[in-house]
Design a protein around this ligand. Sequence first.
Ligand code: GLN
Length: 296
Amino acid sequence: MTVERKLTIREAYVEASSFLQGHEVSEASNCAELLLQHLLGWSRSEMLLRWQEMFPVELEGQWCELLKRKAAGEPVQYIIGEQDFYGRTFKVTPAVLIPRPETELLVEQVVMLGTELWPSQEASPLVADIGAGSGAIAVSLAAERPSWRLMSSDISSAALAVAKANAERLGVAGRISFLEGDLLAPYIQQGLRLDAVVSNPPYIPEEDEGGLMPEVRLFEPASALYGGKDGLVLYRRLIAQLKELTSMPFLVGLEVGMGQAKAVSDMLAAVEAWDGIRLVPDLAGIDRHVIAWKRR
Ligand code: GLN
């Protein structure tokens, strides 16, 4: 005979937090809360209101499964299938990188500088996001600037499917064209005149793989993480391709890894097309974005 346990939601949460802590999960309480909200289909505020209700016994099997996955190191975002980015909730699957908070700063910079370059509400610059992943960058830009035209490309068709789903879910599918292909190749082939190019390419040096957290190394797609031996391979190729475009974009915004900002801004400077190049630090003070721009 099984003993039916009677737990409140709050007790289930406390128990799960200490279970995850015991498995060395970082941010165990936060994970337990996100998993519980997912299991119950409740928002955070609903959960706080219904804290003292009984945990539904029929969900206990599913609850254990979720906790086991988290204890085995899987990112909570893949388990619940979501990550918030720039104020919106994105669908994520193991086919895409989980969007990171520092990338929100890249979106913010491109919105700011783009608004200076195209001040009119009616201006419709063509902005390309290279390496769509979840579509976090392109979808956010489309949602923030309704007059802009967005294109977003990825070499992975599985990633593009997730990016498209996010564009639909967030109501901007009509203003983003998705392309499959390697870096700028599809735009060059189609002779597109891009006004801005934005990218958060894979940039981790292959030799740093062993130093990554297992959550990242074992679960996130390798093709979204590694940028060749020194991490700079994708920047070299992308920046070389700029010259093959019909015309030089007015704005290029790139996210870079720790210690890469100087090398990437030197590569961009060598193109000799810009009125300015700025480095943007993240919240930890690390130069995280390199933005090159020229007046129109
Ligand atoms: N553009 C996506 C993001 O910033 C994916 C980036 C990547 O896969 N390297 O989250």
